[in-house]
Ligand binder design. Structure first.
Ligand SMILES: [Zn+2]
Ligand SMILES: [Zn+2]
Ligand SMILES: [Zn+2]
Length: 217
């Protein structure tokens, strides 16, 4: 599913040019109902030796982006890309490649109401084929979120528009009043208390965000 590892000869050629710890360039495209956002992320890889294996890099990026999804907020409430209902879930495709000394990973995130709603699952399939076509591939990029665990017992995932810390339904209803993190200008909180409480978790993501572009749909 993922591109194979670099040729060993290329690896040694690039070795000297690679920063330590190495940086991975992640281009995230986020789709909601009538909203599109592009985020450039440059997190550090935990170790240089990780570059020896695409599987390792992909695993890292998969987990990183999965965790980062919760930090992606908006002045409007995120809605399902396919039906316009309030979004609670995300679906993510990713594809990795190398440009000179740096690994590059393209990520497509679709906000969704629920993976249980057939019309929206069908919409996601159409969107996935569009991605495949646009990148000129014959196979779909990896879809790591397809295998994630289901919603918490007895509950639903929190609204994507809710406060990044307390995640309450109420905070999503007053979404326009949420405060934006001044570092990344992306994550939002209902109060200073919530922002402080979440800082330890959010700090890494906040630093990794290099650019946020709101695009015409
Ligand atoms: Zn939907
Ligand atoms: Zn809160
Ligand atoms: Zn931030």
């Amino acid at each position: 599913m993922y591109p194979s590892c670099r040729e060993p000869s290329m690896l040694s050629f690039f070795e000297s040019a690679v920063a330590d710890p190495p940086i991975v360039d992640i281009k995230v495209q986020v789709f909601g109902h009538g909203e599109r956002l592009e985020i450039a992320l440059h997190p550090e890889l935990p170790s240089k030796s990780m570059l020896d294996s695409w599987d390792e890099v992909n695993k890292f990026v998969h987990e990183y982006v999965h965790a980062f999804g919760t930090d992606v907020k908006h002045s409007n409430a995120w809605k399902c890309n396919f039906c316009g209902d309030p979004a609670r879930e995300t679906n993510c495709y990713m594809k990795g490649s190398y440009l000179f000394d740096r690994p590059l990973v393209d990520v497509w995130i679709h906000f969704m109401c629920s993976h249980e709603k057939p019309a929206c699952v069908k919409g996601l399939a159409t969107a996935s084929y569009k991605i495949t076509y646009e990148i000129g591939d014959k196979d779909l990029p990896g879809n790591p979120f397809a295998t994630r665990a289901g919603p918490p017992p007895g509950g639903r995932w929190p609204l994507a528009a809710s406060c990044c810390n307390c995640k309450t339904e109420l905070s999503a209803r007053t979404q326009s009043a949420l405060r934006r993190c001044s570092g990344c200008k992306l994550t939002r909180y209902c109060s200073v208390g919530c922002q402080k409480a979440d800082w330890k978790r959010h700090k890494g993501a906040c630093k990794a965000v290099k650019d946020v572009d709101w695009l015409p749909f």
